[in-house]
Design a protein around this ligand. Structure first.
Ligand SMILES: [Zn+2]
Ligand SMILES: [Zn+2]
Ligand SMILES: [Zn+2]
Length: 111
């Protein structure tokens, strides 16, 4: 299973008090390294990602859900302090083709 995409982007904004929720499929999966073992620290997400329609979307795969499951970082990522780097929500998964073109254009402009 190779889910890793080169264009995967994480939010990385400063985290707030909200817990990152995942769908049933991603239950137990570390949002940083995809590990399913040694879940250690509860994931916190930023204010933007815990607001509006994003609340009912998996922070890892972007799937919508009725009831999310709290997400946890694995022991390895906590040891490497990746849990402190910021909001781990993946922000470019499940976006439409036009969205992708838009973000590309934006990137070109800002560079
Ligand atoms: Zn991990
Ligand atoms: Zn965020
Ligand atoms: Zn998911």
């Amino acid at each position: 299973m190779s889910r890793h995409q080169y264009d995967l982007i994480q939010c990385m904004k400063q985290t707030g008090p909200s817990t990152g929720l995942v769908c049933q499929q991603c239950d137990g999966r570390c949002p940083i390294c995809d590990s399913y073992v040694k879940s250690t620290t509860r994931v916190r997400i930023c204010g933007e990602c815990s607001f509006g329609h994003l609340v009912k979307k998996c922070i890892i795969c972007g799937n919508g859900f009725e009831e999310g499951v709290p997400s946890y970082y694995c022991l390895e990522c906590v040891t490497l302090e990746k849990d402190r780097e910021g909001c781990p929500r993946i922000i470019n998964v499940g976006s439409s083709r036009s969205d992708m073109m838009f973000s590309k254009k934006k990137a070109e402009k800002s560079s």
